[in-house]
Design a protein around this ligand. Structure first.
Ligand code: PPS
Length: 237
């Protein structure tokens, strides 16, 4: 994206920095000039208890963008990522339950806890009105990237610079890619560590997880006023 926005994204930031480090970094972020937006991306903020209070004390009028996808798929994706780094971990099916015979889901396992979006959102709504938060559907982002990006640009008060003409669908990757950006000769697709094939999960476990998330999803749709249609999906990758 070029004019009128310049993205000031710190490229070397590590997600696991402490809050103090992040706040120190705030002082080294470039100053935002008129016509510029400063953006920062840390997925874990959404599920960090202290984040809303701290961010609110730093900038009350900040705009927040949350990309959400079906929590069952999200949990499997999360597990796939960990598995790629630690191949020795137990199976998804083992980790997902406190007691599989009783069907007791282990909601303390982070891969599962993170997908309880209503719970996390409640925490943010103590500090920020819904009008300051945009929820982007991870599923729509794949099938209609330009449509979702239009919402993002409108939300940020930007001219719609990114449109259909900037995307093409890469069948091999199963994701949209950016056509040749202005400052580079190559198209830009997801990196190797994104869009990995997920392991096959026992359909019964998927069924139980869908049941587990259903009431939380309903709550989340009600809180956001958006129906993400996760109950309509045939299955989870
Ligand atoms: N453009 C676009 N549209 C829809 N979905 C996308 C897009 N880019 C990334 N992804 C999916 O996001 C998953 C990676 O999320 P992460 O939270 O691990 O990424 S990161 O920590 O922010 O780097 C990762 O999930 P997996 O497919 O399970 O690997 C990506 O597929």
């Amino acid at each position: 994206m070029s004019d009128p926005v310049e993205k000031n994204l710190p490229k070397t930031r590590r997600e696991k920095e402490s809050w103090d480090e992040k706040f120190l970094r705030r002082n080294v972020m470039p100053k935002t000039l008129d016509g510029q937006l400063t953006m920062e991306k840390t997925p874990s903020y959404f599920v960090t208890n202290e984040a809303p209070k701290r961010i609110h004390s730093m900038a009350k009028d900040i705009k927040l963008i949350v990309v959400v996808r079906n929590p069952v798929t999200r949990a499997i994706s999360d597990y796939t990522q960990t598995l790629s780094k630690k191949p020795e971990i137990p199976t998804f099916e083992v980790l997902a339950f406190k007691n599989r015979t009783l069907g007791l889901i282990d909601a303390s396992w982070s891969a599962i806890r993170i997908g309880i979006y209503a719970l996390h959102l409640e925490n943010w709504l103590q500090y920020f009105p819904l009008s300051q938060i945009l929820f982007v559907s991870g599923e729509r982002l794949i099938v209609d990237p330009a449509g979702e990006m239009a919402k993002v640009q409108d939300f940020l008060g930007l001219k719609r610079v990114v449109t259909e003409k900037h995307f093409y669908f890469n069948k091999t990757k199963g994701f949209p890619c950016l056509k040749k950006p202005e400052d580079s000769s190559a198209p830009r697709c997801l990196g190797k560590s994104k869009g990995r094939t997920h392991p096959r999960i026992d359909p019964d476990v998927i069924h139980r997880l869908r049941k587990f998330y259903k009431p939380f999803n309903m709550m989340f749709y009600q809180m956001t006023g958006q129906d993400f249609q996760w109950e309509q999906e045939e299955g989870d990758k």
